[in-house]
Design a protein around this ligand. Structure first.
Ligand code: SAM
Ligand code: SF4
Length: 375
C-alpha cells in the first residue's frame, strides 16, 4: 500500500526538527513503506543514528557456550525435544580462551549465550565464569548474558559477579501470539517473560530485548505494538532479526504462511529504522539472521541505524550444533576469519569499528543518572 505524504512526524531526510514521536498509525504506515517512502525512512534513521550515536560500530564477541536447553520454544532448532541436535557444553578453558581472544583483539565486550537451564549448578557455573573472565582478562571486558529466564536472585548474583548487560527477547509483545509460539506446558509463560524483564531492569542491568520478524500468525499491527512496547519498557538495547524456519521444529508446519525471505528482510530493516527514530540513543544489533538472507544484510542494517555487531568467537567445531534455524552463516569459520571479514564489511557500510571501547548504551547512561547508581 502506498503511503500518503507528508510522511509522519520525525521522518523525512530534509526535516530540520528533531522529533522522535511516532504514533501507532505512523509506525504502521512506515512498516508498509516501499520505494521512495522507504528510502526516506532509511535516510532519516541513518541521520538520527549519526547524530545520536555516531557512525561507529561496537563489537560484542559472541560465545554460544552451550546448546543444552530445558525449553521447547516452537520455533527454535535447539529446543529440548529436537533429538537430532548433538548437544555440547564448552569447557571453562574453551570459554576463557575465547574471552582472551576478545580481549586481545580489543573487542571490549563479550556475549555469553546458551540454551536455558535453571539449576543451581548452572547458576554457580556462570557466576564462576564471570569472575574468572574478569580476573583473567584484567577487567577489560563488558559482559552481556543471554541465558534466558532465571529468578531474580540469580540475575542479581550474576550482576554482582560482573555481568552488566542482559539480552532477553520478548519474542512478541502480543500475549496471544506468544502463546502460539510456545508450548502450553506452564514453562513458557508470557507473564514470566515480562517479570524477568522487570527483574533485570530492577537489578541494574542494561537490558536488551527484541522480537522475531515475519513469524507465522504475526501481523504488522503486532510489530507496531512491539516497537511501542520497547519504547514504553524503556529498553537500552535490542536484537531483532527475521524469523527463519527450521525443519525440525513444530512451527515448520506453518511455513506456507510465511512472507518471502526478501520481504522478511526488508521488514526487519524497517523495524530497525523505526526503532532508531523512536529511541535514538539505544544500542541496536545487526543480527546474524539478517546475513542468512542477504550476504550484506548486517552492513545494510548498520547503514540505516544499527550500531552493534556480534562476531562469533565460539570455537568453530561447535558452530554447526548451535543451529537455531537452517542456513546459519559462517558456521565453517573461526574467530579470526570472522574479524577480517567484518572489518571489510563495516568499512563498506562507511562506519568505523570502535575497537577497545565498551560502547555502553547511551540510553542506559541517561536512565541510570536518574537511579544514581552508575557503575
Ligand atoms: N535461550 C536463550 C533465550 O531464549 O533467551 C538465549 C538463546 S536463544 C537461541 C536466542 C534467540 O534466538 C531467541 O530469543 C530467539 O528470538 C532466537 N531464535 C530462536 N529460533 C529462531 C529462529 N528459528 N529464527 C530466528 N531467531 C530464532
Ligand atoms: Fe531454548 Fe532459547 Fe531456543 Fe527457547 S529460544 S528453545 S529457550 S535456546
Amino acid at each position: 500500500m502506498k503511503q500518503s505524504y507528508p510522511p509522519p512526524e520525525g521522518v523525512g531526510g530534509g526535516q530540520t526538527h528533531d522529533s522522535h514521536t511516532l504514533s501507532h498509525s505512523d509506525l504502521l504506515l512506515l512498516l508498509r513503506a516501499t520505494g521512495e517512502e522507504k528510502t526516506l525512512l532509511f535516510e532519516r534513521s541513518a541521520a538520527v543514528k549519526e547524530k545520536h550515536v555516531g557512525n561507529r560500530v561496537y563489537f560484542r564477541g559472541l560465545i554460544e557456550f552451550s546448546n543444552i536447553c530445558q525449553k521447547n520454544c516452537l520455533y527454535c532448532g535447539i529446543r529440548k525435544e529436537n533429538e537430532t541436535v548433538r548437544r555440547y557444553n564448552l569447557t571453562d578453558d574453551e570459554i576463557l580462551n575465547a574471552a582472551r581472544f576478545a580481549a586481545d583483539n580489543k573487542y571490549a565486550s563479550l556475549v555469553l549465550q546458551s540454551g536455558e537451564v535453571e539449576t543451581g549448578n548452572f547458576t554457580r557455573r556462570v557466576a564462576n565464569l564471570l569472575t574468572r573472565i574478569h580476573r583473567e582478562t584484567g577487567n577489560q571486558l563488558r559482559i552481556t548474558l543471554s541465558c534466558g529466564e532465571q529468578d531474580k536472585e540469580t540475575y542479581k548474583m550474576w550482576h554482582d559477579c560482573g555481568a552488566h548487560r542482559y539480552l532477553l527477547r520478548i519474542e512478541s509483545s502480543n500475549p496471544d501470539l506468544y502463546v502460539k509460539l510456545h508450548p502450553s506446558d506452564g514453562m513458557h509463560l508470557y507473564r514470566r517473560r515480562r517479570e524477568c524483564l522487570d527483574a533485570l531492569q530492577e537489578t541494574g542491568y542494561q537490558v536488551g530485548t527484541g522480537v522475531m520478524i515475519g513469524l507465522p500468525f504475526q501481523t504488522l499491527e503486532d510489530l507496531t505494538n512491539d516497537l511501542l512496547f520497547m519504547q514504553q519498557f524503556n529498553i537500552d538495547m535490542v536484537g531483532m532479526g527475521p524469523y527463519l524456519e527450521h525443519s525440525d521444529t513444530p512451527l515448520y508446519a506453518y511455513r506456507d504462511q510465511l512472507l518471502p525471505l526478501e520481504e522478511r528482510f526488508q521488514l526487519t530493516l524497517k523495524m530497525i529504522a523505526c526503532l532508531r527514530i523512536l529511541m535514538p540513543d539505544i544500542n541496536i544489533a545487526a543480527t546474524t539472521a539478517l546475513q542468512s538472507i542477504d550476504k550484506l544484510g548486517r552492513e545494510k542494517a548498520i547503514k540505516i541505524g544499527a550500531n552493534v555487531i556480534m562476531p562469533n568467537i565460539t570455537p568453530g567445531k561447535y558452530r554447526d550444533d548451535y543451529l537455531l534455524y537452517q542456513n546459519k552463516p559462517c558456521t565453517d569459520e573461526n574467530a579470526e576469519d570472522c574479524k577480517t571479514c567484518l572489518e571489510a564489511r563495516i568499512a563498506l557500510a562507511e562506519n568505523e569499528i570502535a575497537y577497545g571501547e565498551w560502547g555502553d548504551s547511551k540510553h542506559f547512561g541517561e536512565r541510570d543518572k536518574g537511579r544514581g547508581t552508575k557503575d
